[in-house]
Write a protein that binds this ligand. Structure first.
Ligand SMILES: Nc1ncnc2c1ncn2[C@@H]1O[C@H](COP(=O)(O)OP(=O)(O)OP(=O)(O)O)[C@@H](O)[C@H]1O
Length: 703
């Protein structure tokens, strides 16, 4: 009863009694004066056994029909979009709400002797109504929605990215359906089939209307019960009980059996999100793990020199609907960190390379949309020519935040999946998979399914899977974001070593400074769907030009135009102004200038050039009153947050003042000791001054 009010028990018990008492009453009504032998005689009478076997036979055939017709219907409803989909779903589910007798009449008007289709069948000598076939059709009609509903629900709760990953590994749509989709939703399919069987077994109204009640031909158990009700009430009760027993067995099979619980996909997700306790493999001390790893991966190329497996990648994406307009090229074997705020266009860039970006092969004439992706000399997408190579033929490796391991496969089969999809024999694919797992120090995980892996282990298996098919381009979409710090460190090292052994052309979406420092050669910053910064990773972090890169690197960055004394005039455009010799404050127009004591790129700076000024948070002093004295810059700010930062505290302040200043400066960071926080009585919402000496500010051109 944890978390539930006690009064809920009363209606819950009432509801249960409402279902159970009538069944008990029926059992109590059973005449046992003649002993159990009497009941047995009733149940084994020729009419009863005929009816029971007819019911079981027809229900089984109807269930098969439901699976054959319902599974494709559920797939179409869950995995596609088309005009009128809601109406189509409502129509498919109509038999669920329709009185069965109405369904029977509808079937009669379709397949009866004078029905829409039946009249033509009659001409061919085929009669459907009032035959055993009619029983199966009536049962299928009423049971079909149960299968569709159950399977569609199951498909919707499963992440479609499992199928997308399978496609990028080289699997054709049919292979994806057979080897990924159906195994993943098997519990939903089995539940749906069992429910459909149960519904078919109990079907009455449509059957009696469309098929009649002919003993041994169309008289199913429910019909037999109905007919016996007036002739022999005891027999009706005994047969009803039989039906109840079958129904109970069926429901128990659905909810208590092996298919009663959706298995490991969810477990996979939870562990990937880092809430699974690290297991044996992850408890290996990081250094030992790394040393073992390096022995296997770092020295694996025979010639000593790593062999570059990557190919040059060129991407051009212009999509008006997403306000994205960017172009980017990656050298062979280079790792490019793709950075940027939410909505910057990072996923769109990756989707364009995977071929999973929904778009028109040829945009409407006049549309500005354009997509062009090429790897090496192969054009994969070109909307001007209508080229669109499907994901499975692109030879790319795609790694997402979640490992997306297939719940029904163990690690070795999962890693072998892409090779099998490309036609490699099973033993060969498994042997290669074991090698890839060994390179990532995950050989001991070969026999484990996703629910038996910790987040870090699952991600290592996922990396092995992405690398197993020797992709020409690797796409890493925040693969470490959901892991605990320690586990992320191990996986980062695994990626680093794999890259060092075999450099591959890689796009790495990340929000983590460590990823950029340890894994990336270059960094590109996307903001508002545009490339706002592109350069060697270290340069982007040490001399950022975009606010995002500066924030990632923990540096304050102000944008504006270069002034003739090596300072910066805040904001875009405008004439260069001479920096004042005294203090700048944001309360005056002069405050729109920042005096820079150091001009790092002095020779290259032209007055009026777009430029940025940069200073470290530790260079900022916080004052309660406007500071004065040596040349310094002071900004009136409102403290927005205070967070621990190593041994210090980092205070974030939002600059107040004219809009142009706020736009050019945004938020500033200042590092201070816990004692200073206490002395200044600093708290979010407080208005203070951030001051930085001119000598601490670097200005450089961004042209
Ligand atoms: N399916 C979609 N349909 C229409 N617009 C979309 C769709 N997905 C993304 N967008 C838009 O495209 C732009 C770029 O989004 P994208 O997902 O590529 O950004 P992102 O940098 O990956 O962001 P995040 O860091 O939040 O994942 C955003 O303006 C977003 O609203």
């Amino acid at each position: 009863m944890r978390g539930l009010p006690r009064w809920v028990l009363a209606p819950a018990i009432l509801g249960a009694l409402f279902v159970v008492v009538p069944v008990v009453a029926m059992v109590a009504r059973l005449d046992v004066s003649g002993g159990l032998g009497g009941i047995w005689d009733l149940l084994t009478s020729p009419t009863a056994t005929d009816a029971l076997w007819l019911s079981v036979r027809t229900s089984l055939v109807a269930t098969v029909c439901c699976v054959l017709l319902g599974a494709p219907m559920a797939l179409v409803l869950a995995r596609t979009t088309f005009p009128g989909q809601r109406v189509a779903r409502a129509l498919v589910l109509l038999p669920l709400v329709l009185p069965p007798v109405v369904g029977g009449i509808a079937l009669l008007h379709t397949f009866g002797r004078r029905g829409l289709i039946g009249q033509h069948l009659s001409v061919l000598g085929i009669e459907v109504a009032f035959t055993t076939t009619a029983v199966v059709m009536a049962q299928t009609f009423v049971a079909l929605p149960f299968l569709v509903l159950s399977l569609e629900g199951s498909l919707r709760t499963h992440d479609a990215r499992y199928e997308e990953v399978a496609a990028t590994l080289g699997a054709s749509p049919s292979t994806v359906l057979r080897r990924v989709t159906l195994p993943l939703v098997l519990p939903g399919l089995v539940s749906g089939a069992v429910l459909a069987f149960a519904r078919a077994l109990g079907e009455f109204g449509a059957t009696i209307t469309f098929a009649g009640a002919l003993q041994g031909v169309t008289q199913t158990l429910p019909l037999e019960i109905y007919l016996q009700r007036s002739a022999d009430p005891d027999a009706a009760v005994a047969l009803s009980l039989l039906l109840v027993v079958v129904a109970v067995i069926v429901t128990a099979a659905v909810h208590g059996g092996p298919f009663g619980r959706e298995p490991s996909a969810e477990g996979d997700r939870q562990r990937a999100e880092g809430d699974g306790l690290p297991t044996e493999g992850d408890r290996i001390p990081a250094d030992d793990d790394g040393a073992r790893h390096r022995r296997r991966v770092g020295t694996s190329p025979s010639a000593g020199e790593p062999v570059t497996l990557g190919a040059p990648l060129r991407v051009r994406v212009r999509l008006a609907a997403r306000a994205v307009d960017l172009a980017h090229a990656v050298e062979p074997g280079q790792v490019v960190a793709v950075l940027g705020p939410n909505g910057g266009g990072k996923s769109t860039l990756l989707q364009a390379v995977t071929g999973l970006l929904p778009h028109r092969p040829r945009p409407r004439s006049g549309s500005p949309d354009e997509l062009h992706v090429s790897i090496d000399d192969t054009v994969l997408t070109d909307t001007t020519r209508g080229t669109a190579v499907p994901p499975r033929r692109r030879r790319i490796g795609w790694l997402t935040q979640r490992p997306l391991l297939f719940a029904h496969l163990d690690a070795v089969d999962d890693v072998a999946f892409g090779l099998r999809a490309r036609g490699t024999t099973r033993p060969e694919a498994r042997a290669t998979a074991r090698e890839r797992l060994a390179e990532l120090d995950a050989e001991h995980l070969a026999g484990r399914r996703p629910h038996e892996l910790s987040g870090g282990q699952a991600q290592r298996v996922s990396i092995a899977r992405a690398l197993a098919t020797d992709p020409r381009v690797l796409l890493l979409d925040e693969p470490l974001a959901s892991l605990d710090v320690g586990v992320a460190q191990q996986v980062r090292r695994a990626l680093h070593d794999a890259q060092r052994a075999h450099p591959r052309t890689t796009l790495l979406v990340t929000h983590d400074l460590l990823d950029v420092l340890l894994l990336a050669d270059r960094a590109v910053v996307l903001e508002g769907g545009r490339v706002v910064e592109d350069g060697p990773a270290r340069e982007v972090l040490t001399r950022p030009r975009s606010r995002f890169a500066a924030r990632l690197a923990g540096i304050n960055l102000l944008s504006g135009t270069a002034t003739d004394d090596g300072g910066l005039r805040l904001g875009a455009g405008g004439d260069a102004a001479t920096g004042p010799s005294g203090a700048n404050t944001t309360s005056t127009l002069a405050a729109m200038q920042v005096v820079a004591g150091v001009v790092a790129d002095g020779a290259g700076i032209v007055v009026g050039d777009p430029a940025v000024a940069m200073f470290e948070p530790r260079a900022v002093a916080i004052h309660r009153e406007a500071p004065s004295g040596s040349p310094r810059n002071a900004f009136a700010v409102t403290i927005t947050s205070l967070e621990p930062h190593g041994q210090l505290f980092r205070a974030w302040g939002e600059v107040t003042g004219p809009r142009e200043v706020r736009d050019a400066v945004g938020h500033l960071a200042a590092d201070l000791t816990p004692r200073s926080v206490a002395d200044l009585r600093l708290a979010p919402g407080e208005r203070v001054w951030f001051a930085v000496k001119a000598a601490e500010v670097q200005v450089y051109s961004t042209r």
